[in-house]
Design a protein around this ligand. Structure first.
Ligand SMILES: CC(C)(COP(=O)(O)OP(=O)(O)OC[C@H]1O[C@@H](n2cnc3c(N)ncnc32)[C@H](O)[C@@H]1OP(=O)(O)O)[C@@H](O)C(=O)NCCC(=O)NCCSC(=O)C[C@H](O)C(=O)O
Ligand SMILES: [Mg+2]
Length: 307
């Protein structure tokens, strides 16, 4: 089997984040389903899907669930309440107790929010592998996406991923939901570029209409073309289509194998640019091909572990 390469020059370490399912921490029936679902990551939400009077119950549910559940390969991310909210202190205590893979901050508008949570994690002696994800979902968040992304460096390198929140952004801007997201695309691209400039992963926003699978597939395809790594999902029905659309396409895999083989050919030793079937291929393409094959290997390894 192909050796999984996870570290790449100029790029975020390779992880599967095609399907990032969110579940309200207050919903015990939904929590109980997670371990049967084929999503790459789960966001346990303590923020907008939980009413203020249910926050304690949600924390308790989540604690009980995560203390006994085996999530195996699925990344565990907890979305806490806003850094200026009255719920923050209790949320952070839960983070200290559960040590998820990442904490997701909602409505991030400035680098100081990232820094304050990174400082708190450092004071709490949280393992360095505990990452920070940030939701970009307000006009100021979009405008400041570059400085927020760059703050990952001073925040002990903990900042890892941006997640778009279009429900909040539509509310703030007045831009209606419509197929193709015409007037939102410039904002989305601005955030993708900021993430990439500082080596972050970037996840597209939820699609609210979880029964319209054609519209969902089209939105995933669009997001993939825009450079997103995956999509935040609200419902189990969205997992399969997201895994398909953000996963490696068969043609691209064959092409990647060919490119890697060509650069490994001793006849091409010492060459940085070669002719592959009438197309110029550079070493950077070989690195992209390696990344794609790494993704294939991660998917295969997961299938093996499920047998
Ligand atoms: C949207 C939902 C409220 C719909 O739930 P429901 O009415 O229960 O749908 P179904 O009957 O079709 O559900 C079938 C079974 O699947 C389980 N289920 C549903 N959703 C999930 C889930 N997310 N994870 C796991 N399991 C799930 C149901 O429990 C049903 O099983 P059973 O109970 O045994 O019959 C619901 O899907 C939902 O709550 N989704 C997540 C909502 C959420 O997390 N919202 C916050 C994040 S969205 C966001 O962040 C927006 C962003 O901030 C922005 O600004 O854009
Ligand atoms: Mg939101």
């Amino acid at each position: 089997m192909y050796r999984v390469q996870t570290e790449f020059r100029d790029r975020h370490p390779l992880r599967l984040r095609r399907s990032v399912l969110t579940v309200p921490a207050v919903n015990e029936r939904a929590l109980a389903k997670i371990c049967d679902l084929d999503c790459d990551a789960v966001i346990f939400d303590l923020e907008d899907s939980v009413a203020p009077e249910k926050k304690s119950e949600a924390r308790e549910n989540l604690k009980n669930f995560l203390e006994q559940a085996d999530l195996d390969w699925r990344e565990r991310i907890i979305r806490i309440n806003a850094v200026d909210s009255v719920h923050l202190a209790d949320d952070l205590q839960l983070i200290r107790a559960l040590i998820p893979d990442a904490v997701l901050l909602p409505k991030v508008e400035e680098p100081a929010s990232i820094q304050s949570v990174a400082d708190w994690l450092a004071e709490a002696d949280a393992t360095e592998s505990l990452r920070i994800w940030a939701m970009i979902e307000t006009p100021r968040g979009v405008l400041n996406a570059t400085t927020i992304a760059s703050s990952g460096r001073t925040a002990n390198g903990r900042l890892d991923t941006f997640v778009l929140g279009l429900n909040d952004l539509r509310k703030a801007t007045g831009i209606p939901a419509e197929p193709g997201r015409r007037y939102l695309v410039p904002y989305l691209m601005q955030v993708v570029l900021a993430a990439r400039a500082y080596g972050l992963d970037v996840i597209d926003s939820v699609s609210n209409d979880f029964r319209d699978m054609d519209a969902f597939a089209a939105e995933c395809a669009q997001a993939r073309s825009m450079g997103f790594d995956g999509k935040m999902l609200i419902h189990p029905s969205q997992i399969g289509p997201a895994n398909d659309r953000f996963g490696p396409e068969p043609n691209a895999v064959a092409e990647a194998q060919h490119v890697v083989a060509q650069f490994a050919d001793p006849r091409h030793a010492g060459l940085n640019v070669i002719n592959v079937n009438g197309r110029m291929i550079e070493r950077l393409h070989a690195e992209e091909a390696e990344r794609l094959l790494g993704m294939v290997a991660l998917i295969e390894a997961r299938k093996e572990s499920q047998k």
